[in-house]
Design a protein around this ligand. Structure first.
Ligand SMILES: [Fe+2]
Ligand SMILES: [Fe+2]
Length: 137
């Protein structure tokens, strides 16, 4: 039987900032809990509700980063925010699939896509942000 989707934390995800890495681990963990939940054959309504909670939590993390970037007039604010929006769009698409009852929680292509997002975003964008802030006056 196909396993539920699961994103495994890897060294590539680390930004080097302990608090941020902790929040990122939490994002991955919460998503994995949702994938297992959906794969256990929950109804579309239950799965949508569960994913809605994860979505709210991720949005809050992104909003915090965006507030910090604005406060520092961060030079790559627009690009960084656009990348956040991309992941949130993807999660909204999954919510739509849940609602329609078509999300199985076992889609390997989706797992690869999300992992690529996390590697790219955490590794390049978030670690740059935290490096810049660290050295900011
Ligand atoms: Fe970010
Ligand atoms: Fe982040």
């Amino acid at each position: 039987m196909q396993q539920p989707l699961k994103i495994i934390w890897r060294k590539d995800f680390e930004t080097g900032n302990v608090e941020i890495d902790h929040e990122h681990r939490e994002i991955i963990h919460r998503l994995n809990v949702f994938f297992a939940f959906a794969a256990a054959g929950k109804t579309g309504e239950e799965a949508t509700f569960k994913l809605g909670e994860v979505y709210a939590w991720i949005s809050a993390h992104f909003a915090l980063e965006e507030t910090i970037m604005r406060a520092h007039n961060y030079d790559q604010f627009e690009d960084h925010k656009a990348d956040h929006e991309r992941l949130l769009d993807d999660i909204r698409d999954i919510m739509d699939e849940c609602r329609a009852g078509t999300f199985t929680g076992k889609d390997a292509a989706l797992q690869e896509k999300l992992e690529a997002w996390f590697v790219g975003h955490f590794k390049l964008m978030d670690s740059r942000l935290h490096r810049m802030l660290h050295f900011a006056p």
